[in-house]
Design a binder for this molecule. Structure first.
Ligand code: RFL
Length: 393
């Protein structure tokens, strides 16, 4: 078989690239290890920045987002037993969108496969990339139904298979991969409970950070800082809610609405950036190229940013012979990647400073936090980065 582009991975990045190629009349094949039902339900991100939503809309990819997504206008920091509301919309005129990742993925698969007629194979196994330094690369995989080994030739491979995929592993050893380990774990929780506030809450506490992120009318994401590699089973229902109530308590706010915990996993806060994001005919996008800790809710936004650039660049080259987009792809992505990495690191100190057991770091973290409420310049800088660079590119 032969396709101009093979897209490895059907997450937000891969499906967006596929959709853009189909809109430009370029054939492609998307390969995904999981089933369609699985990717349509996998809970993850929720925050999408305004520029990304505008780009999805412009490309006919917003699906149910305009009707179902919620707009957020403020977040709230809780520390020293008080709640401090931060009105970023009042400050900037801009807002955040909350649209759960599985809904976005469901929209993008439907548009790609059912509307635009794109080819996609689910449940493939043992994906391998070949001859990436030649102008005839290929991807092989095992067909889940027949067990047969299949080889697909192509002009380009879009490596969109996330943090544990085959694409990054196919990079030559000379590739630079910068890593940073925060030395912190987050217990990521999904609670079958209505949000306890209409905004995102950040709790800074000597016991550790806690976060509250509204997802939908009956679903709330919570985070609890924990040791890296901690056992999620050690976090019983009682212990989770006790710690959440404690770390997010504020004198002038009601207690959290508790509920059944549907997801409970420990995320180790570590990050990496692959530079360049290109090797021969392989172009990486999204988590395959860079992992950003969920501290600032930036991962899916970066994945979409890469995908818009890569989809356009491949379409321009394959439909019109214009190579400028592909040549500038990695640099254009990495500017935003490093910007968001830096902001996540900056924000991490605010979240975690109080719990290191180091009074010096606790003192500077508190100063950084207070400045958001005393200095208009500091508040404006935070709001700009929290909402994400406004320009699409
Ligand atoms: P994905 O979504 O991981 O998709 C990759 C796809 O590739 C498949 N795959 C393979 N396919 C073929 N061959 C292989 N060898 C393969 N190996 C894997 C996988 O099954 C999958 O379908 O990567 P993509 O498209 O780059 O998208 C990245 C985002 O998913 C990620 O950055 C965000 O989820 C990060 N993130 C958040 N980002 C935000 O912008 N805002 C948030 O609020 C936010 N919250 C989060 C998050 C990530 C979390 N976790 C679980 C790490 C909250 C959590 C808890």
């Amino acid at each position: 078989a032969r396709f101009p582009v093979v897209v490895v991975g059907a997450g937000p990045a891969g499906l967006t690239v596929g959709n853009i190629l189909r809109a430009a009349g370029v054939d492609c094949l998307v390969l995904e290890t999981e089933s369609r039902a699985f990717i349509e339900q996998r809970p993850r991100a929720g925050v999408i920045e305004e520029w990304a939503v505008r780009e999805l809309e412009r490309r006919g990819l917003a699906g149910g987002l305009p009707e179902r997504a919620e707009r957020h206008f403020a977040c709230e920091f809780r520390f020293d037993g008080q709640g401090y509301r931060f009105d970023y919309t009042e400050l900037t005129g801009r807002h955040h969108w909350v649209y759960p990742q599985p809904l976005l993925v469901t929209d993008l698969v439907r548009e790609y496969a059912d509307v635009r007629g794109g080819e996609i194979r689910f449940g493939v196994q043992d994906v391998r990339l070949h001859d990436l330094d030649s102008d005839r690369p290929a991807v092989s995989y095992t067909d889940p139904d027949t067990g047969e080994r299949l080889l697909v030739h192509c002009d380009f491979v879009a490596g969109c298979d996330g943090a544990r995929g085959a694409s990054r592993a196919a990079l030559p050893p000379r590739t630079r991969i910068s890593r940073h380990d925060y030395g912190i774990g987050w217990l990521a929780l999904l609670a079958e409970a209505p949000p306890s506030s209409d905004r995102v809450l950040f709790g800074m506490h000597a016991d550790g950070f806690a976060g509250h992120m509204p997802r939908s009318a009956g679903m709330t994401r919570y985070y609890l800082q924990c040791p890296p590699g901690d056992d999620p089973e050690a976090w019983t229902h009682e212990r989770v809610w006790d710690q959440l109530q404690r770390r997010l308590s504020a004198a002038d706010r009601p207690p959290l609405t508790e509920g059944r915990l549907l997801e409970k996993r420990v995320l180790d806060m570590h990050t990496y950036v692959v530079e360049p994001m290109v090797s021969g005919r392989l172009f990486l996008a999204g988590d395959a190229a860079h992992l950003v800790a969920p501290i600032a809710a930036k991962g899916m936004n970066l994945a979409l940013h890469d995908a818009f650039l890569l989809g356009d660049a491949l379409a321009a080259y394959l439909a019109k012979g214009d190579a400028a987009g592909l040549d500038g792809y990695s640099d254009a992505c990495l500017r935003r990647v490093w910007d968001y990495q830096e902001f996540s690191e900056w924000l991490s100190e605010i979240y975690h400073g109080a719990s290191h057991g180091d009074p010096y770091r606790a003192g500077t973290a508190l100063a950084r936090l207070r400045r958001l409420f005393t200095s208009p310049a500091a508040a404006a800088a935070f709001a700009e980065q929290y909402l994400g660079t406004a320009e699409a590119y």
